[in-house]
Design a protein around this ligand. Structure first.
Ligand code: UGA
Length: 446
C-alpha cells in the first residue's frame, strides 16, 4: 500500500485517484476549484464518466480524500502525481499549471524535510520532466533530484468513456524515473496489476511513448481519410469495402485459440470519418510537430496528419453542396456534437468546424446530441444554431442530415427519416448506417 497525493482532480487526476484507492492505496487529491472540491467531497463526480460515481462514492472519506492544500496532501503522502492541464497554444505546451504545482510541492517538501517522489502524469513533451520540471523543483527546494527527492514521469493511456475500465485493466504501464529509487516507488503503485507489461525507463522515453502512441492513432485515422477521399474522386469505389479488405489481413484480423477470426482493436482507427477530435489526439500531434520544429526537425508526416484532419469539415460541406446545390437557405441537421460517442466532451469536436462551414455557406443549422447539447451550446456561444431536444425534432424539415458522431441512438435514423416527405439527403460522416435504408444517401468515402 502506498500513500499518494494527486495534484488536480480533473479527468485524469480523479479517475487515477479513485482507481488507486480501489487498488488499496491511500489517496489524497488536491483540487483548487472550490465547487469541484465540494462536489468531490460529497461523492459527486464533476463530469460524465462511466463507473466514476460508484467508485467515488465507495472511497470518498475513506481511502480517498480531497483537499485544497498541496501542503497537507504532500505531508500525508510519500509520492505526488501531477495531473494538471497542459494547454497547447499552437506553438508550445503551456507548462504554467505544471510548474505552479512544482512550486507548491517544492515548498511542501522543503518544510517536510524528508524524501518524497514527484511524478508528472500530465501529458508533457519529451524532455520536460528531466528538463524544466527538474530545474524548477531543484531551484525552489534548494535540494537535489535523485538525492533529496525522486522524479519521474508516468503517462496515462485512458480513453474517455472507458477511463475507469482502462485504468483497472491497462494494456501497459509506463513508468519513467531518473533513478531506481523513483522507479521502485512508482512500481509499488502498480503491483496490483498482474500480468500487465511494465515499461521501466527514463522520464523522457516515458513521455515519448505517450506521444508516439497517440500520433500513431491519429496517423492511421488521417491515412484512412485520405484513402476514402481518393475513393470518392475516383468513383465506383466504396471506402468501406476497401477498408473491409484491408482489415481482413492477418495483421489486423487475428485468429484466436478457437480458430475464430477477430478484428484487432487497432482496426477501429482505420475507419474513414469526419476527423479526429478530443482533448488528446489533435493537441498531442500538433505539440509533437512543434516540439520537433523547435529542435530543427521538420515532422512532415505528422504535420500532414493534422492538415488532412483540418480538411475533413470541407469534405462534408463539398458533399452536401454536390447533393443539394448551393447551401444558402438550406436546412441542415447535424447529429452528434460530442467529439466521440459515450461522452459529453465537445473539446475539438469535428462537429464545430462543420457547423461553422455550413453557416458560412448560408445554411440554417439545427443540432442534436444525446448528452452534449449544453456543453456544445456553451462552446458555440453566439453561433446561430438551434438545438433540438431529440433526433426527430432536429431532422424535421431538414434538406440534409449529417451524422458526425457514432452514437448508437443514430442507428434509428432510418425510421425517423422514413416518415419525411420529401426525404432529406443523409450524409453519413461515420459510415455507420445501412445505405439501403435511405432514399437519398451519401457518406465519407463513397
Ligand atoms: C485517445 C487515445 O485513444 C487513448 O489511447 C489515449 O490514452 C488518450 O487519447 C489520451 O491521450 O489520454 P480519446 O481522445 O479519449 O483517447 O479518444 P479516441 O477513442 O482515441 O478518439 C479520438 C478521436 O478519433 C475521436 O474524435 C474519434 O471520433 C476519432 N476517430 C477514431 C476517428 O475519426 N476515426 C477512427 O477510426 C477512430
Amino acid at each position: 500500500m502506498s500513500r499518494v497525493s494527486i495534484i488536480g482532480a480533473g479527468y485524469v487526476g480523479l479517475v487515477t485517484g479513485v482507481c488507486l484507492a480501489e487498488k488499496g492505496h491511500d489517496v489524497v487529491c488536491v483540487e483548487s476549484d472550490a465547487a469541484k472540491l465540494a462536489a468531490i467531497r460529497e461523492g459527486r463526480a464533476p463530469f460524465h464518466e462511466a463507473d466514476l460515481p460508484e467508485l467515488l462514492k465507495k472511497h470518498i472519506g475513506h481511502r480517498f480524500t480531497a483537499t485544497a492544500s498541496v501542503d497537507e496532501a504532500v505531508a500525508a503522502t510519500d509520492l505526488t502525481l501531477i495531473a494538471v492541464g497542459t494547454p497547447f497554444d499552437g506553438k508550445t505546451i503551456d507548462l504554467s499549471f505544471v510548474l505552479q504545482a512544482c512550486d507548491e510541492i517544492s515548498r511542501a517538501i522543503a518544510r517536510l524535510g524528508r524524501y518524497h517522489v514527484i511524478v508528472v502524469k500530465s501529458t508533457v513533451v519529451p524532455g520536460t520532466t528531466a528538463g524544466a520540471v527538474q530545474e524548477r523543483l531543484e531551484q525552489v527546494t534548494g535540494k537535489k533530484a535523485g538525492l533529496d527527492f525522486g522524479l519521474g514521469a508516468n503517462p496515462e493511456f485512458l480513453t474517455e468513456g472507458t477511463a475507469i475500465k482502462d485504468f483497472m485493466h491497462p494494456d501497459r504501464i509506463v513508468i519513467g524515473g531518473i533513478d531506481e529509487r523513483t522507479l521502485d516507488a512508482l512500481s509499488a503503485l502498480y503491483t496490483g496489476f498482474v500480468g500487465v507489461p511494465v515499461i521501466r525507463t527514463n522520464p523522457s522515453t516515458a513521455e515519448m511513448i505517450k506521444y508516439a502512441s497517440n500520433s500513431l492513432l491519429a496517423a492511421m485515422i488521417s491515412f484512412s481519410n485520405e484513402i476514402a477521399d481518393l475513393c470518392t474522386v475516383v468513383g465506383g469505389i466504396d471506402a468501406l469495402d476497401v477498408m473491409r479488405g484491408v482489415h481482413a489481413s492477418t495483421y489486423l484480423t487475428v485468429t484466436n485459440g478457437n480458430g475464430a477470426r477477430a478484428q484487432a482493436p487497432i482496426a477501429s482507427f482505420l475507419e474513414a470519418g469526419c476527423g479526429f477530435g478530443g482533448s488528446c489526439l489533435p493537441k498531442d500531434v500538433s505539440a509533437l510537430v512543434a516540439h520537433g520544429n523547435a529542435r530543427g526537425l521538420d515532422m512532415g508526416l505528422l504535420r500532414e496528419v493534422m492538415t488532412i484532419n483540418r480538411r475533413r469539415p470541407g469534405r462534408v460541406v463539398d458533399a452536401l453542396t454536390r447533393g443539394l446545390g448551393a447551401l444558402r437557405g438550406k436546412r441542415v441537421a447535424v447529429l452528434g456534437l460530442a467529439f466521440k460517442p459515450d461522452t459529453d466532451d465537445v473539446r475539438e469536436s469535428p462537429a464545430f468546424p462543420i457547423i461553422r462551414a455550413l453557416l458560412e455557406d448560408g445554411a440554417q443549422v439545427s443540432a442534436y446530441d444525446p448528452v452534449a447539447n449544453e456543453p456544445a451550446q456553451r462552446a458555440l456561444s453566439g453561433v446561430a444554431v438551434s438545438y433540438a431536444r431529440n433526433m426527430k425534432d432536429a431532422v424535421e424539415g431538414a434538406d440534409a442530415v449529417v451524422v458526425v458522431t457514432r452514437w448508437k441512438e443514430f442507428e434509428t435514423l432510418p425510421d425517423v427519416v422514413a416518415k419525411m416527405d420529401p426525404p432529406p439527403l443523409v450524409f453519413d460522416g461515420r459510415r455507420m448506417l445501412d445505405r439501403a435504408a435511405f432514399a437519398r444517401y451519401d457518406g465519407i468515402g463513397l
